[in-house]
Write a protein that binds this ligand. Structure first.
Ligand code: HEM
Length: 567
């Protein structure tokens, strides 16, 4: 957390103190350009959606989007209250912000008219996968799409040149399909249970321990997730891998925006530190001699202690056999580790916080977890394992999960417009971008509000209905059932359409496993809120605004808890 704070603080200082002079310089350089753009803006067609106010056209909104996203999103929420479409410019790209179920469906439509290929080609591939021009071009030349069937008119495309489909297939097959996802979820359960036994051992002498939610999640939960993905050896080789990762994680937005290195060296240093670890890990794991045997093992379903999950091996194998340089495999594994942890960890933190600060909720969750344990005949209680399928259907756990995702995912889903499309009566031109802010849809009072429970508040039972059921003796009971309070098109924490998060089932299994183990193995008592430096805080946590627009916003305050081992 410290590195994260330092990094974010640096960026804030840059924006607050240095930014003044840098912005003046930028503004001076861009002034003539801005005037031309300004004129262009005001003679823009009258038949255009409302625009976000931009006092320095093309510059102000771009800077606020990148550096003060929380404030930017307040303005977005205001403008989208009166219109379901609004426009601004991100540098020179026209961006259309949309809300409302039909518009969200347009964004997720499985149509070649919208997609995220351009975002990958322009930002993600060069900045994060470190692809060369030639490597990027191979993707750019492939117009056959991500689907199993090539897009109409591209049926002639040789299978090995269908780069989008190949890349998509590795993720969707080896993360989403139950047969491949299951060994990962089980391995994660083994690692996190072992971490709890090591750091909070069971036994008669078990003493109460003070635990920091942030520290526990960022160290132990993240370690179990990374061991699952890449195998435990990465921690033997590089004990500081998590420090390097969290520093990278807090800088990823600035790296993706490809800000000049000379002006913003910090984010690039963080990236280099983390990628160097992944590069060395890759070399140690997939040496040329070992590659064939590791790649051969890629054909097995299971988890492998040498290289972790099959998805990692398949990704390396696909990049290697498709002729990409090793550096692209470094970027791809780094991004897979980012995808695996960056949203999951803050969501676990919020789940722990919300469940443990409400004793009756904690009780309800404990009852649910007790029903999901499988006892081994002839073995003691300590050898019980969790039935993950049963666990993931438990109503209170699901309701709290949905509520935490709804309130704390803060990210504008982005798609490029590949062909002109009509939205809200406007024709959006090719080359523009569509953005659907989760924050606007997820906080919509008309969809989520309930008497006494405003949409902006956490309410554990928002997605619970009580149904009457008759027992064998004829007595009638009310049982809780999970039922989303809003439409799916008003709730999209995992994105949607062809590009929906392939790790969503794994994420749910991991998060529920952590909560299940904690509530069944410990008495838990919340103690106090603290600032990230450990000093007492007078208020409870809110979403950390520094992560606005990036994904899951972690709490900006820590919760100290007392844990006493009971099982
Ligand atoms: C609570 C946890 C998580 C949340 C909220 C989340 C959310 C998302 C979102 C919003 C997207 C973009 C989807 C779109 O554009 O429509 C995404 C993509 C993705 N996620 Fe997740 N995710 C989570 C956990 C995971 C996990 C555990 C993995 C496992 C490795 C994972 C792997 C991926 C991958 C590979 C992509 C696609 C990247 C690409 O297209 O290259 N995610 N996720």
């Amino acid at each position: 957390m410290e590195l994260f704070n330092v990094a974010v603080h640096q960026v804030q200082q840059l924006t607050e103190h240095c930014a003044e002079s840098k912005l003046l310089l930028t503004a001076a350089v861009l002034a003539p350009l801005s005037i031309a753009f300004f004129i262009f803006t005001f003679v823009a067609p009258r038949n255009a959606p409302p625009s976000l106010w931009d006092p320095i056209p093309y510059v102000f909104n771009t800077i606020q989007f990148a550096f003060n996203n929380e404030r930017f999103m307040v303005r977005v929420a205001n403008i989208l209250q009166n219109s379901r479409i609004a426009k601004f410019h991100l540098v020179s790209t026209p961006v259309f912000l949309v809300s409302g179920p039909e518009n969200i469906q347009t964004l997720f439509a499985r149509s070649h008219k919208v997609g995220n290929e351009t975002i990958f080609l322009e930002n993600v591939f060069p900045a994060l996968y470190r692809m060369s021009k030639d490597e990027k071009q191979r993707f750019a030349d492939d117009k056959s799409g991500r689907g199993r069937q090539p897009a109409p008119g591209t049926e002639h495309m040789p299978a090995h040149q269908r780069y989008w489909h190949g890349y998509e297939h590795v993720h969707s097959e080896y993360l989403s399909r139950a047969q491949h996802q299951r060994p990962m979820a089980e391995q994660f359960q083994t690692f996190i249970a072992a971490a709890l036994d090591k750091h909070f051992p069971p036994g008669l002498a078990a003493k109460p321990e003070t635990v920091s939610v942030m520290d526990f999640c960022r160290r132990h939960v993240a370690e179990a997730a990374v061991k699952t993905l890449l195998g435990p050896r990465i921690f033997e080789l590089f004990p500081d891998v998590l420090d390097a990762f969290w520093e990278f994680d807090s800088n990823i937005c600035l790296i993706t925006l490809a800000l000049p290195k000379w002006l913003f060296p910090g984010p690039y240093r963080a990236q280099e530190r983390f990628y160097t670890i992944i590069r060395k890990y890759l070399a140690a794991t997939y040496t040329d001699d070992a590659f064939d045997s590791v790649a051969a093992e890629a054909d097995q379903d299971g988890w492998n202690p040498k290289s972790g999950a099959r998805v990692s091996r398949e990704l390396v194998k696909w990049l290697k056999t498709s002729g990409f340089q090793d550096e692209v495999a470094v970027g791809a594994l780094a991004m897979l580790m980012f995808a695996m942890t960056s949203n999951t960890i803050p969501i676990v933190m919020w789940m722990m916080i919300e469940i443990t600060r409400d004793p009756s909720l904690l009780c309800a969750v404990r009852d649910e977890v007790a029903q999901a344990y499988i006892s081994q005949p002839g073995k003691d209680a300590a050898s019980r394992t969790l039935d993950l399928d049963k666990l993931s259907t438990m109503p209170f756990l699901q309701s709290v999960f949905a509520e935490v995702l709804r309130l704390h995912m803060n990210f504008n889903l982005m798609r490029n417009v590949n062909e002109p499309i009509a939205v809200e009566g406007f024709t959006l031109p090719r080359g523009s971008m569509l953005q659907a802010p989760m924050k606007v849809a997820h906080y919509d009072e008309t969809v989520w509000g309930a008497p006494g429970h405003a949409a902006a508040q956490f309410w554990a039972e928002r997605h619970i209905k009580y149904e009457e059921t008759a027992d064998a003796d004829g007595s009638v009971r009310k049982v809780p059932v999970f039922a989303m309070a809003g439409r799916p098109s008003s709730f999209f924490p995992f994105g949607g359409g062809q590009q929906i998060c392939p790790g969503r089932h794994l994420a749910k299994h991991e998060i529920f496993t952590v909560i299940a183990l904690l509530v069944s193995k410990f008495e838990i008592e919340p103690l106090e809120w603290t600032n990230t430096d450990g000093s007492p805080s007078l208020r409870a946590a809110r979403g950390d605004p520094r992560f606005s627009g990036i994904g899951a916003m972690p709490p900006d305050r820590d919760l100290k808890m007392r844990w006493t081992r009971i099982g």
